[in-house]
Write a protein that binds this ligand. Structure first.
Ligand SMILES: *Cc1c(COP(=O)(O)O)cnc(C)c1O
Length: 437
């Protein structure tokens, strides 16, 4: 390969025509067949990522431990059979995600209902669906859940969401484990203890343990270990004070992924081993029985499985300033640059074997100056009609996509062992007005 653009992931390559391939398939042919913009998802890669978690977790944690796929990163029907077959559970954060997961036939008992503001209707819907666990965020929800479960003659399994007050040095917007957070109830202020007491007293709620999520894009086991220490300390304290023994610790999501070559490769299995070792030692020290562990990976399951394909439109030089490449999608299918200035690796899939020496900014097609995919990057110089590939778009792209400027959402396909199939059809203009009376 004679280009200087990093391939980032080992399922990407360049063929004899100089085109980018994913799982051996020429992406320019995919663009031709399905149109652009197009989300391409490698099923092979998703399954590999799932297995990193399931293998390590079943080896090092207590029996019953399991990764739960954080559906908020990529929620659509087609993902759930894969998640189920790979032996994972699923987190849902809204009734819409719950509906999608149910519609896909996912086993109810492996579903966990998240969210910091579940309405009464949401609570009733989840109870009537027979969802496995609630992750209860606050006192009001606990009360509402207890009441609704009682009315149904159900005792609902639940975890309590607590915050451990850690800052894992990630971005503000994805950092939820601090004390000052709208998610969960803090341990440090003593409120989590009251939360647990209230939950123990709630007759129709069976509190089986705790949930805590310290943030996303975490690159090593360190902050998970710190989190585990705080959870264990709290759990041991509650055991001594109230004779309450938590069975489950849900330690949340977020091993990081590689968006650009600056990002490290996270050895998920090694990190899980380190966390397990740490928890075992902590249990020995505190005399707390080893808990069953849940983790909630989202992006590390799907991000590096996704590539978005666009067609190049205008190529524009603003003299004295910069060059722009305009693509036929943008913030409507990938709002992450507009929201967080998230960096991505971009390459010209039609000329992937050429030198990536064209410095440019990649803009979308919205009437919005913030509609950009990447700024001041280098790609192989494109011509109008070339296919541009943005790597690492499997997480929080389709999930965050929107219809701003009445731009229809792209189609999504799976690649698997050299084959491909449509899993989400492209929105039509009719879809855009389908709710309008
Ligand atoms: C966002 C989130 C996750 C998933 O985070 P990733 O970075 O996608 O792995 C898991 N659990 C909770 C509670 C979250 O808010």
């Amino acid at each position: 390969m004679s280009n200087n653009t990093p391939m980032l992931y080992d399922n990407l390559n360049v063929n004899e025509a100089g085109h980018l391939t994913i799982d051996g398939i020429d992406v320019t042919e995919l663009a031709q067949e399905y149109g652009t913009p197009l989300y391409v998802l490698s099923e092979d890669r998703i399954r590999e990522n799932c297995r990193k978690y399931t293998r390590a977790m079943s080896r090092v944690f207590r029996e019953g431990s399991m990764p739960l796929f954080a559906g908020k990163s990529l929620c659509f029907k087609g993902i759930y059979p894969i998640i189920d077959e790979e032996g994972m559970g699923a987190d849902v954060v809204s009734p819409g995600e719950l509906f999608t997961c149910l519609a896909a036939g996912f086993p109810k008992e492996k579903m966990f209902f998240h969210g910091n503001n579940k309405t009464d209707a949401d609570i009733e819907y989840a109870l009537d669906s027979g969802i496995g666990f609630f992750v209860v965020d606050n006192f009001n929800e606990l009360e509402a859940l207890n009441k609704a479960a009682g009315e149904r003659g159900i005792v609902q399994k639940a975890l309590l969401r607590v915050t451990v007050g850690l800052d894992p040095h990630t971005f503000e917007a994805v950092n939820t484990g601090r004390i000052d957070s709208q998610f969960g109830i803090p341990i440090e202020t003593g409120q989590a203890e009251h939360f647990l007491k209230a939950a123990i007293d709630a007759e129709n709620v069976d509190v089986l343990g705790f949930h805590s999520h310290i943030g996303s894009q975490i690159m090593d086991s360190g902050s998970f270990c710190d989190q585990a220490d705080i959870l264990l300390g709290f759990a041991a304290d509650m055991m001594n004070k109230y004779d309450y023994t938590a069975t489950y610790f849900n330690i949340g999501g977020g091993f990081g992924v590689r968006y650009t070559e600056k990002d490290p490769v996270v050895d998920i299995e090694k990190n899980i081993e380190e966390i397990a070792e740490h928890i075992k030692n902590g249990c020995e020290k505190t005399g707390f029985p080893e808990p069953i562990i849940f983790m909630e990976p989202g992006r590390s399951i799907v991000a590096d499985a996704g590539v978005t394909l666009y067609e190049t439109g205008g190529i524009k030089t603003v003299d004295g300033y910069r060059e722009y490449i305009t693509v036929d999608g943008g913030m409507t299918d990938n709002p992450r640059f507009a929201l967080y200035k998230s960096e991505y690796t971009v390459l010209n899939a039609s000329r992937a074997s050429e030198e990536a020496d064209f410095e440019c900014t990649v803009a979308g097609r919205c009437c919005e100056s913030g509609d950009r995919i990447a700024e001041d990057i280098k790609v192989q110089k494109p011509e109008r009609g070339d296919i541009i590939a943005v790597l690492g778009t499997g997480a929080y792209n389709y999930a965050m996509s929107m219809n701003y400027n009445r731009i229809p959402k792209p189609a999504m396909i799976f690649t698997k062992e050299g084959t491909h199939r449509l899993t989400v059809r492209r929105q039509t203009f009719e879809d855009l007005i389908s709710c309008e009376i």
